[in-house]
Design a protein around this ligand. Structure first.
Ligand SMILES: C[S@@+](CC[C@H](N)C(=O)[O-])C[C@H]1O[C@@H](n2cnc3c(N)ncnc32)[C@H](O)[C@@H]1O
Length: 231
């Protein structure tokens, strides 16, 4: 699997950092929901945690500090992101491994994880690769584990073009602390790289892989957390 085809704005961490810091993609509310889902599933237990497309880990780090895993493995295609993540996670009281690589390759290893988390990454893959993601995640998830999928989703029956029009229109109205150039770069990245599915498609792909949705999900506009377990 190759890196996204157009220049990756997520290698320009300044812009993405501004987006996360301003909470434009609801990272804060989603982190709250993640905290609740992890506490409900692993109360008193420290899960082995795999973070696919970890980025710089700034949004997740407070959750991990509050509920430390037994070990944290982060995977990302961006070296820059991994360097920032190493700093962000330096004080976690558990072994931290950060690997430069593709999320599907990381799921191809002979390993088992209690929690598999992937935030705002899966929409980069075409539908058949998403199906493969769910199959591999189901294989690697511990029997009582949790797959925590955060991503943007299209409305049911919304075309990709309509989705881009809607999302970019909203972004240009609401993300006003970004310059017009930064907004343009983000919209350009979305139109050239993103392939978000409808929520029902993600759930169907997961179900076909032997995963069922469990309580704990939330959504804010197009931004969604879906929790899955085996069985
Ligand atoms: C929008 S950022 C999300 C970062 C972080 N997870 C968050 O929620 O803020 C997407 C991240 O996924 C990484 N990425 C995209 N496709 C990937 C792939 N196929 N394998 C590994 N990382 C990928 C990018 O390098 C980037 O760091």
């Amino acid at each position: 699997m190759s890196a996204p085809s157009s220049p990756n704005i997520f290698d320009q961490w300044d812009t993405y950092h501004k987006v996360v810091a301003a909470n434009f993609m609801f990272h804060r509310e989603i982190a709250e929901a993640l905290r609740r889902a992890l506490a409900a599933r692993f109360s008193g237990r420290r899960p082995a945690f795999l973070d696919l497309g970890c980025g710089d880990a700034t949004a997740l780090a407070p959750v991990l500090r509050e509920q430390p895993p037994s070990r944290y493995q982060g995977v990302d295609l961006s070296e820059t992101a991994l360097e920032l993540a190493a700093r962000e996670l330096a004080d976690l009281p558990c072994p931290v491994t950060l690997t430069h690589g593709d999320i599907l390759e990381a799921l191809d290893e002979d390993d088992s994880h209690d929690a598999i988390h992937s935030s705002f990454v899966l929409h980069h893959l075409p539908t058949e690769r998403k199906a493969e993601f769910f199959r591999r995640a189901a294989r690697q998830l511990a029997p009582d584990g949790l797959l925590l999928l955060v991503d943007v989703v299209r409305e049911e029956d919304e075309s990709l073009d309509d989705y881009f029009r809607r999302y970019c229109g909203w972004l240009r109205r609401e993300w006003t602390s970004l310059s017009a150039e930064e907004q343009d770069a983000i919209c350009d990245h979305l139109v050239n790289n993103d392939l978000p599915e409808a929520y029902s498609t993600l759930v169907a792909l997961a179900r076909a892989a032997g995963l069922r949705e469990t309580p704990g999900g939330v959504h804010y506009g197009a931004h969604r957390l879906i929790c899955f377990a085996r069985g």
